[in-house]
Design a protein around this ligand. Sequence first.
Ligand SMILES: Cc1cc2nc3c(=O)[nH]c(=O)nc-3n(C[C@H](O)[C@H](O)[C@H](O)COP(=O)(O)O)c2cc1C
Length: 496
Amino acid sequence: MMAANRLSFKNITALAPMVRVGTLPMRLLALDYGADVVYCEELIDIKMAQCQRVENEVLETIDFVAPDDRVIFRTCEKEKGRVVFQMGTADPNRALMVARLVEKDVAAVDVNMGCPKEYSTKGGMGAALLSDPDKIEAILKKLVTGVSIPVTCKIRILPSLKETVSLVQMIEKTGVAAIAVHGRFKEERPRHPVHCDYIQAIAQAVSVPIIANGGSLDLVKTNSDIENFRRAAGASSVMLARAAMWNASVFSSNGPVLLEQVMEEYLKYAIRYDNHAFNTKYCLCQMLRDKVESPLGKQVQAAQTNADISEAYGLQEFYQQTRDRLQARRDTMQKSSQPNRPVLDGDVITMAVRFQRREYPPQITPKMFLLEWSRKEKLEQPHYETVERSQDRAFQSTVTVAKKKYRSSLWEKSKKFAEQASAIVCLRVLGIPEGRIGEEDSGLVCKRKREERPEGQSKKLHVQEVETSEPAEGTNSERQHGTTPRARMKEFETED
Ligand SMILES: Cc1cc2nc3c(=O)[nH]c(=O)nc-3n(C[C@H](O)[C@H](O)[C@H](O)COP(=O)(O)O)c2cc1C
């Protein structure tokens, strides 16, 4: 029953593993254009082993999140059954641990045995494994017997054909489902011609599917070249790295698509799946290639956020709509899981509230109201402390007023909004007006002065108003709660 659903590596075209390039947006793009299988970028076992599997209900993804909240691997339903997880490893036990961690969410696991870069080889990983066949055997056997999904590996060729064939025959015996062969020697650079004769000889020596790789530069320029490369290498399948990175429509049998359109589609996926802006930028720069110094290229290079990048491509509206849709989902989910009444989280009083700018008159904010109230009460100025969540660069503030801490449990898109949200929590808990449109005038802010205030002078006049406005205590808050804010502060101490 399992076998029927197992990913087959016979007669397929795959997106090759590529560090930084093979993240979710690129993989989805490659699938859209016709790739059968997509490999993720090489992820190091030590890093993955520290990750937690998180179901991201807002993005509808599965995230593997590091202790510092960074998303190391993100996948989604659309690629399930076709995504291969490539790991960098030199340790059978750790490899198995990582494979088990991702087993439910990916179609196969692959071990990188071809990367000649120092970051891979220095830990005995990547191409360093090629000189340690016993280690290769131990890792692959452990994986094949330890997980229910197919196991593959990706190698480079060894100095002699004889050695290469005997290595591949040993690998076949471990029970792997396929072997990707990058037809270059360890010392060769990507500009060197690929050795199709080696791949062909390997393919003839084993019965496990061989995936030919290394043809991007001189052999595969268009979709029909893929089949020519497969034949020239006598392989079962083909794997493309650079040709796909430059223009993923190389997978399309309907012919090439203009790079501008390809980049736009890529960016839409990056926005939809909240891809890290630096990663989005990196991939777009790879696609731009020699156009990276064009006006568009310069704009992309200067961009700091996905919003900036969207602007460069005229996709601001798509960006905003997508962000709004995701925010609405986030709100609905957070609200349903968090009640809209104050709850104690350690020593912090929390509520699920968000600062909506449109609910307040121009230049009026909850923070202003809280500051004014604190001054009237002769309390110390409210003190805000903000933290940033690196996973999605969202912010959460805690405000301290009269030695009590208040915080919104909802994360905000900016530090300013997070502070406003924490001020709202404090004001609502204490029953102090917060300055919303339609709220009964509290006298905390002199309305006439507020309306007269010229743009850009809010802070100065605000202080003035504090000094001239009437005390708030015993006005709105008492009417709303039948008690004073100070009494409510005490009241909360006894709440659970
Ligand atoms: C940007 C980039 C990143 C790469 N990262 C990986 C990687 O993570 N794992 C791996 O096995 N190979 C990696 N490679 C090598 C490719 O998978 C592939 O073997 C090589 O580029 C030759 O294929 P091509 O001619 O189709 O480009 C990378 C290549 C590029 C260009």
